[in-house]
Write a protein that binds this ligand. Structure first.
Ligand SMILES: Cc1cc2nc3c(=O)[nH]c(=O)nc-3n(C[C@H](O)[C@H](O)[C@H](O)COP(=O)(O)O)c2cc1C
Length: 195
């Protein structure tokens, strides 16, 4: 074993940042400085994308008014813990351009989110991705054009105390484990285990 961060263990040598990123639900109602916030999107900017289309777009919600708009389309469960979240970022990806559909729009936006989330760890910030919201309502409320897919909503901020959450959420406020590498990696054909 290379590194232990209970219940997270790396089987092979990796940078600790991968284990340190997780998705808490308790956030402090504390402002994130603009320079720090934008550095996460700087990291996202350098993600690879097919033909360098950079299909990702982000809509930030930081003011009370903008955050209220986000809360208005969240599912009930997510609304329970999102009330204190100081920054939301809705991730969109452009689905087509002049030459036709952008097949990998969501894949590319996913890579950008991955970069963003790891830079957040470096900056002492927590992130929590969500798809538990009304996508159609979000499109309407935020005036999103039809040629942009809505991929996910990200909560961004400084992590709060577990005890600040409603009791039902406190027991889930812990980093989760993963299945072993070799259960995800096949060799030669589907389902064929790596030696
Ligand atoms: C696309 C996506 C959608 C998710 N939607 C929600 C959500 O609606 N509500 C929530 O509490 N967590 C949501 N999660 C968080 C996952 O449950 C979490 O990432 C997963 O359990 C792994 O835990 P970790 O991020 O702490 O490592 C979502 C994660 C992803 C990547």
């Amino acid at each position: 074993m290379v590194k232990t961060l209970s219940p997270r263990e790396a089987q092979y040598d990796i940078d600790p940042v991968y284990l340190e990123r997780w998705s808490p639900r308790s956030f402090l109602e504390k402002e994130v400085p603009e320079e720090v916030l934008l550095s996460l999107f700087e990291a996202a900017r350098w993600a690879p994308s097919a033909y360098n289309h950079q299909p990702w777009r982000f809509i930030l919600a930081r003011t009370k008014e903008d955050r209220e708009k986000v809360l208005s389309f969240l599912g009930e469960y997510n609304r329970m813990w999102c009330k204190n979240v100081p920054v939301f970022a809705l991730i969109l990806s452009k689905t087509e351009n002049e030459t036709g559909p952008i097949r990998s729009h969501a894949f590319d936006a996913g890579a950008a989110w991955g970069y963003l989330s790891l830079e957040a760890v470096r900056k002492g910030l927590a992130t929590h991705p969500m798809t538990g919201f009304d996508f159609e309502k979000a499109r309407e409320v935020l005036n999103i054009p039809a040629d942009y897919a809505i991929d996910a909503l990200i909560a961004i901020g400084y992590q709060g105390e577990k005890e600040a959450l409603p009791p039902s959420l406190q027991e889930r406020e812990t980093p989760s484990a993963r299945r072993p590498v070799k259960e995800s990696v096949f060799e030669g054909s589907f389902g064929n285990p790596v030696k």
